[in-house]
Write a protein that binds this ligand. Sequence first.
Ligand SMILES: [Zn+2]
Length: 282
Amino acid sequence: MSSKYAFQIEKLKTMYETPWALAAPAFRVFGNLYFVGNRDGASWLLDASGGPILFDTNYPTADALLIHSIWSLGFDPCKIQAIFHTHGHFDHFGATALIKGLSGATTYLSAADAAMLTERPELSCIPDSRNAYLTPLIPDIEVRDGDTFSFGGVTVSAKACPGHTPGAMSWFFPVTDGEHTYRAGLHGGAGLNTLCRDYREQHQVDWREDFLRSIDRMLEEPVDIFLGNHTGQNDALRKYERMKAGEGNPFLDPAAWPIFLESLREKYNQMIRDEEAGTDQI
Ligand SMILES: [Zn+2]
C-alpha cells in the first residue's frame, strides 16, 4: 500500500525505456515565446536579444528531444544565454548540464532549492529516477523572491512559490509580437507528491502551509498567458491543435491562471479528505 499522491515510478517508465515516444511538436505560443517540451515535461523558450532564454530543461533522457525542438524552430542551442528553473527536481534540470556545456548559458535556481540540493540531495528525486549518473544542479545564480533579470528589452521576474519544494519559483515576463505585449506566468511547482502523508513521513518535511499561502500569493499576479512546467498543466498540446485549427490563440486567456490556482487548492483539499478517510492508499 502506498499513497496515490506519492511519486509513481511506474509513470516514468516511458521516459526511461522509450523517451522518443514522448516527442511533441515544437511551436510558437505567441510572439517571441515557444514550446520546446515533450508530452510530459514542459520547456519554454523566450527569444531575447543576446540569445534565447530557456525555462526548465526537462528529463535527462529527453535531452535529444529538447535539442531537436530548439533546432526545429530555427534557434541554435549553442546560443542559449540563460536557463531558468522552476524548482530543484531532476525532471526540470535534466538537460541543463548538456545545454550549458554547448552554450555556456548562465543557470538560475532559487537559493532555497540550491540549499535543498546541497544539503538534502535525496530530495531532488534523483534517487527515485534511476538516473544514477545525474548530479544535482549547482546554479550560477541563486535567486530570491522579487529578483529581476534583464536581457535587452526583456525582464524576467521571480516570485517565490514554495510548497511543492521549499524553493519553487514562479517566473513572470513580457511576451511581445509587434505592438502587442502580454504577460506570461510560469508556475513554479504544482505536484502534490511532496505534500502527501507518505512523503512527509519518509523525508520529515512539511511544506503544506507554504503551498496554500503560495496559491494566494500567485493569485495576486495578473497573467495573460499561463504556462505550466508539465505539459498537461496548461493543456499546451491541445491548445496548439486548436490554434492550428484556426480557433484563435487559446494561450491568450487571463482566466486560465486563476482557474488553475483554484484547481490546485481543490486538488489539495481532496488529498486531505482522502487521507482523513484512508482512501489515499492504493
Ligand atoms: Zn517537482
